[in-house]
Design a protein around this ligand. Structure first.
Ligand code: G6P
Length: 611
C-alpha cells in the first residue's frame, strides 16, 4: 500500500526523500507529496507519479532543510486528488504547523471528524489522515510526542505515521500499528521508511518498530514508548538486504528481472534445507511443531491474489504427498464465514509481503480457534511472520514488480517442501523422499531452460496482441497455473483473461470461443495429458487459436496447437514450478507490446494492507 519515508539528520533531506519515494513507489503510485522543515513548513503534493512532485519542488526552486517527510499514495479514503495527497496538515487556525504522512486506515475517522468539526475544524479533503492530523493539532500543547500519543489513544485502525511540527523544528515523531515501519539508524541521522528498500542505501542498521510503538527522534538520538508513554527498548538489527536486489541492473523492468531471477532465488529457497542423498528435509522454522504437523487432521491454506494460487497448488501437494485432507480459501472469505477449526487443524498463511490485511486477520482468526498457524512468507519479520507459531521463509529476495512472479514460485517451492516434510513423517519412504528432493533440486536448472523461450514467446504473443479476450485452461495441479496465467495477463496488460479447469470450459465458457480467440492450455505430459488433448480439440473445432505449454520432446502437440512453448520434463506434482514460467513471460511481453507500465499497473498495489 502507500509508501512512507522520513529523514532527520545533517544532510539535505529533499534528495534522500525523493530517492526513497522512488524506491517505494511500487507500493502505491497515484499521488505523492513531501513536507520539509526549514524554519517553516514547506509542502508540495502532486497527483500521479513521484516524478510529478519532484518537478513541483524543482519549479519552486527546491526545498532546503534537514528534516522532512514524504509519501507515495494508493488511494483508500477519498479520490486521487492533490487535496487528498499526503502530507496532510493540522488546522492552520491553530498555528502549530503540523504535517503528517500515513499508511493504513483510521477506522473511526468519521466520529473524530464530527467531534473536530463541532470544535470549528474545517477540512480540505476527504481522507482519514487529514482527520488524524487535525486531532494531533487539537491535542498539541507544546510537545509533539505527547500529542501523537494522545491522538493514537483515540484512534482505531491501522497506521504507520511520521509527524513533524514547526514549533519543534528538530523533532520527528513516528508510530506504527498494523502497518510496517522501520527506523534506519545512521551516524547522527535517521531514515524512517515503510520498508527497507528506502533505507539500505543509507544504513544497514535498523529497528523494525513493533506495533503500538511511538518513536521520538532527534539528531542526537531517539526514544521509543507505547501510546501510554511507557518506555520501551528497541533493538537495532543488521538489515539483510543487498542494494543490487532492488536495482534494475540491465533489465528494462523489475518484473522481467524477477522472472529471470527465479532459478537463483529458488536455489536459495532450497539451500541447506534439502538433502536428496539422505532423503532429508530440514525446516528449522517448523521443527518444533513437526509432531503437530505429522498428526494434523486438516490443512487450510489462506491467501489472496497470486498467493491464493500458490495455496491452491499447496492443497494438491498436501493431498498427494502428505495424504492429509487439505483445502484453500480466500483469506477474506475464511475470516468472515465462521469457519470450523477442529482439533488437529493447521492453517497455512501464504503471503509475499506478510502484510496483506485479510491474510493476517484470517490467520489470527484461525489461531484464536486453536489451529496451529504456519506462515509461508517472503518478508522477514513482517506482521504475518510474527503472528504465526512457525513458518518457512521463501528467501527469494525483495519483489518490486507489482505482478508477483518469483514469490509465486518460491511459495510453491516451500509448499512442496512442507508437503514432503509432512509426508515423510506420515507415510513416505526415504527413497521416495530422495526422489522428490532430487526433482526439486533439478527445478532451478529446468527453469533456466524454460526461460530460453522468452524471445519466441514474445514473437508468438505479438500475433494475438490485439485480442481482448483470452482463456487459460489447465487440469489438476496445473489448473491453478491457468488461473495465475490469466491473472498475470489481466493485471499488467489489461486484457480480459479467464482461467479455469479445462473440463469446465464446456459448461459455459465455450460459448465465448470464436474464430481466432487465443486459448492457452497447460498441456504437459502427466496423468491428465490425454484429457487435455481432448479439450484442445474442442477449442480447435470452434476456431480458437491454441497456445500450448508442453513437455520438451512432445512433437505430437504441434499438430493441435498454433504455438507451443516447451518446458523440461518433471514429475506431475512439481510441474507448476515450470509451467508458470512461459505464462509469466507471455503476460510480460503482452504488456510491453501494448505499451503498458509493467511494474506499475493501473489501480494495483504491491501489498494490500486494508481489508
Ligand atoms: C496484491 C498484489 C498481488 C498479491 C496479493 C497478495 O493484490 O498485487 O500481486 O498476490 O496482493 O499479496 P501477498 O503479499 O499477501 O502475497
Amino acid at each position: 500500500m502507500c509508501g512512507i519515508v522520513a529523514y532527520i539528520g545533517r544532510r539535505q533531506a529533499s534528495d534522500i526523500l525523493l530517492e526513497g519515494l522512488k524506491r517505494l513507489e511500487y507500493r502505491g503510485y497515484d499521488s505523492a507529496g513531501v513536507a520539509m522543515m526549514n524554519g517553516k513548513l514547506h509542502v508540495a503534493r502532486a497527483v500521479g507519479r513521484v516524478a510529478n512532485v519532484e518537478k513541483a519542488i524543482h519549479d519552486r526552486g527546491g526545498f532546503k532543510g534537514t528534516l522532512g517527510i514524504a509519501h507515495t499514495r494508493w488511494a483508500t479514503h477519498g479520490g486521487v486528488t492533490e487535496r487528498n495527497a499526503h502530507p496532510h496538515r493540522d488546522d492552520p487556525k491553530l498555528g502549530h504547523g503540523i504535517a503528517i504522512i500515513h499508511n493504513g486506515i483510521i477506522e473511526n475517522y468519521a466520529s473524530i471528524k464530527k467531534y473536530l468539526a463541532e470544535k470549528g475544524h474545517t477540512f480540505e479533503g476527504e481522507t482519514d489522515t487529514e482527520v488524524l492530523a487535525h486531532l494531533i493539532g487539537e491535542l498539541y500543547q507544546g510537545d509533539l510526542e505527547k500529542a501523537v500519543q494522545a491522538a493514537l489513544r483515540e484512534v482505531t485502525g491501522a497506521y504507520a505515521i511520521a509527524v513533524i511540527c514547526e514549533k519543534e523544528p528538530d523533532v520527528l515523531v513516528v508510530a506504527r500499528k498494523g502497518s510496517p515501519l522501520m527506523v534506519g539508524v545512521g551516524n547522527g541521522e535517521y531514515v524512517v521508511a515503510s520498508d527497507a528498500s528506502a533505507i539500505v542505501s543509507h544504513t544497514t542498521q535498523a529497528i523494525a518498530l513493533a506495533d503500538y510503538t511511538v518513536a521520538r527522534i532527534t539528531r542526537e538520538g531517539f526514544r521509543t514508548t507505547t501510546v501510554d508513554n511507557i518506555e520501551l527498548t528497541a533493538e537495532i538489527r543488521e538489515l539483510e538486504f543487498d542494494l543490487e536486489q532492488i536495482e534494475l541492473g540491465h533489465y528494462d523492468h523489475f518484473m522481467l528481472k524477477e522472472i529471470f531471477e527465479q532459478p537463483a532465488a529458488l536455489r536459495l529457497t532450497l539451500k541447506g534445507r534439502v538433502d536428496s542423498g539422505k532423503g532429508q528435509i530440514i525446516l528449522g522454522g517448523v521443527g518444533e511443531h513437526a509432531r503437530r504437523l505429522a498428526t494434523a487432521k486438516r490443512v487450510v491454506f489462506v491467501g489472496q491474489g497470486t498467493a491464493l494460487h500458490a495455496c491452491m497448488i499447496g492443497k494438491y501437494l498436501f493431498e498427494d504427498l502428505a495424504k492429509v485432507h487439505s483445502e484453500h480459501d480466500f483469506a477474506s472469505e475464511f475470516r468472515y464465514r465462521n469457519p470450523i477449526v477442529e482439533d488437529g487443524a493447521v492453517v497455512i498463511a501464504v503471503s509475499q509481503s506478510g502484510e496483506t490485511a485479510d491474510t493476517l486477520a484470517a490467520l489470527q482468526e484461525a489461531k484464536q480457534r486453536g489451529a496451529l498457524a504456519l506462515g509461508v512468507v517472503n518478508v522477514v519479520g513482517s506482521s504475518i511472520a510474527r503472528e504465526t507459531d512457525a513458518g518457512v521463509y521463501l528467501r527469494v529476495g525483495p519483489e518490486i514488480g507489482v505482478a508477483s512472479t518469483k514469490a509465486f514460485t518460491g511459495q510453491v517451492m516451500v509448499n512442496a517442501m512442507l508437503a514432503t516434510f509432512m509426508g515423510r513423517r506420515r507415510y513416505l519412504s526415504q527413497e521416495h523422499v530422495s526422489m522428490l528432493l532430487r526433482e526439486l533440486e533439478a527445478i532451478p536448472a529446468k527453469i533456466e531452460r524454460a526461460l530460453e523461450w522468452s524471445g519466441r514467446i514474445r514473437t508468438a504473443t505479438a500475433k494475438y496482441i490485439h485480442r481482448e479476450n483470452w482463456l487459460f485452461l489447465g487440469r489438476g495441479v496445473n489448473y491453478p497455473v491457468a488461473l495465475e496465467g490469466a491473472l498475470k495477463l489481466k493485471e499488467i496488460s489489461y486484457i480480459h483473461a479467464e482461467g479455469m479447469p479445462a473440463a469446465e470450459m464446456k459448461h459455459g465458457p465455450i460459448a465465448l470461443i470464436d474464430n481466432g480467440m487465443p486459448v492457452v492450455f497447460v498441456a504437459t505430459r502427466n496423468s491428465q495429458y490425454e484429457k487435455v488433448l481432448s479439450n484442445i480439440e474442442e477449442v480447435r473445432s470452434r476456431g480458437g487459436h491454441v497456445i500450448a505449454v508442453a513437455t520438451e520432446g512432445d512433437e505430437d502437440i504441434k499438430r493441435l496447437a498454433q504455438d507451443v512453448f516447451y518446458v523440461p520434463e518433471c514429475i506431475e506434482m512439481f510441474q507448476p514450478l515450470l509451467t508458470v514460467i512461459p505464462l509469466q513471460l507471455l503476460a510480460y511481453h503482452a504488456a510491453v507490446l501494448r505499451g503498458k507500465d509493467v511494474d506499475k499497473p493501473r489501480n494495483l498495489a504491491k501489498s494490500v494492507t486494508v481489508e
